[in-house]
Design a binder for this molecule. Structure first.
Ligand code: SF4
Length: 95
């Protein structure tokens, strides 16, 4: 059993689906996923979300031979931190 990915539910990956070829099909036109609910800051189809949105599923399907779960989590968290730092910069610019 794979431990749960430590998602902080910031919603930033769902607001930047245009940045990856694997998630561009979800883009509503402004980079945000067409299933993202900005009011709840969550996925409106969470239980049925695509495999690409499931870190544990992606790991089992494509990366289990290459990385340990911890390594894979760390790589994904690097992307989370990058998006969060970009968000901080753009929020500061809006001041
Ligand atoms: S389908 Fe859901 S989890 Fe996947 S990017 Fe869209 S809002 Fe996020």
């Amino acid at each position: 059993m794979i431990p749960e990915f430590p998602c902080t539910q910031c919603g930033l990956c769902c607001q930047h689906v245009h940045l990856s070829h694997a998630t561009q099909f979800l883009d509503s036109g402004d980079g945000t996923c067409r299933h993202y609910d900005s009011l709840s800051k969550g996925c409106s189809i969470y239980a049925e979300r695509p495999d690409i949105c499931r870190v544990d599923r992606q790991y089992v399907l494509h990366y289990v031979q290459q990385y340990s779960w911890k390594e894979f989590v760390d790589l994904n968290l690097q992307v989370c931190r990058h998006l969060q730092s970009t968000q901080i910069v753009s929020s500061t610019r809006d001041l």
